[in-house]
Design a protein around this ligand. Sequence first.
Ligand SMILES: [Zn+2]
Ligand SMILES: [Zn+2]
Ligand SMILES: [Zn+2]
Ligand SMILES: [Zn+2]
Ligand SMILES: [Zn+2]
Ligand SMILES: [Zn+2]
Length: 331
Amino acid sequence: MGRELDRFAVSLPDYLHCPVCLGAAYPPIVSCRSDHIVCQECIDEMRQDERPAQCPSCREVMPVHTKVSLGFKRAIERYGYKCEREGCEWVGSVGDLAQHLKNSCEYRKINCPLCKYGILAKDRIAHVHDCPEVLIVCPRGGRECSGIQASGGHGLFRRRELPEHDKVCAMFRCRVGCHTYTLLTNREPHESECAWSRARIATLEQKLVRAQEQIAETRATLELRLAAEQQAGSVAVERQDEQDEGERAIGQSPPKRPRCLGLLELYSDDENGPGEGLRKGAKGRAAAGGGGGGAGKKPVASGSGARAPGVLAQQPQASCNRGPGTRMRLK
Ligand SMILES: [Zn+2]
Ligand SMILES: [Zn+2]
Ligand SMILES: [Zn+2]
Ligand SMILES: [Zn+2]
Ligand SMILES: [Zn+2]
Ligand SMILES: [Zn+2]
């Protein structure tokens, strides 16, 4: 059998075909005096026959000694030939094919020098990561693995010894999500415990979030209510001012008192008690009114001696400047 014609990158002319097997006549053997050629394999088969071999093209009896035609050989070698192995992309001279198949084809079968397993040459690097005889360190803990000494020392053991190493390796990490490392035999018990704890933590975290939301809601409600009450308080004070103005205009009212003085007297720590303070304050106001204070008279000048809760009565102006909010906080 010569070379397969469809493996040539460019089709081979007819005169280079073998007339017996219809492949490329390679190596080309001259079969008669007319320089017809036939491939080596076909000649060898024909010679096994009892009768004298004949040229398949012209039926002339073949000479006893035949030889390769160097001219035809070189002609065939000029055509590119594709490697016969599936997957190989090599294209070269058919004369170099034998060398390629034996030494450089990446799809040739070789044996791993360590485990003797048959692999394709292109897979020899990948095989290092699978070869059972390659020396490795613990895939989980490296040379730091506490089980290394138990496996034979030096931090290295053969890959096929890994199942033995796993019995002493304490580098199996919890897969539930914590950072615990443990023995393979301990891992599952730990993981079931760990899963329960994590579920509990998640529940508590949800409760915490809900509580924080409730606190925020309550705070917002209280702030709204406070703002509404402050607004209502300032409206009431304005109305009182208008009333005072009216009374003074007709000469019946006492001189204007600081707005918050009454409250301060009411809640002061007077030795006679808060009720007493309120009553004395009222008397003081009545006395000042009897003196006939005019509309333009300042409240401080109306005689502090007339008001019983002396200390607090000395500083009404400053207290009033704090506004309605101050009064509410006093409660
Ligand atoms: Zn042939
Ligand atoms: Zn012939
Ligand atoms: Zn190849
Ligand atoms: Zn191997
Ligand atoms: Zn280990
Ligand atoms: Zn865990």
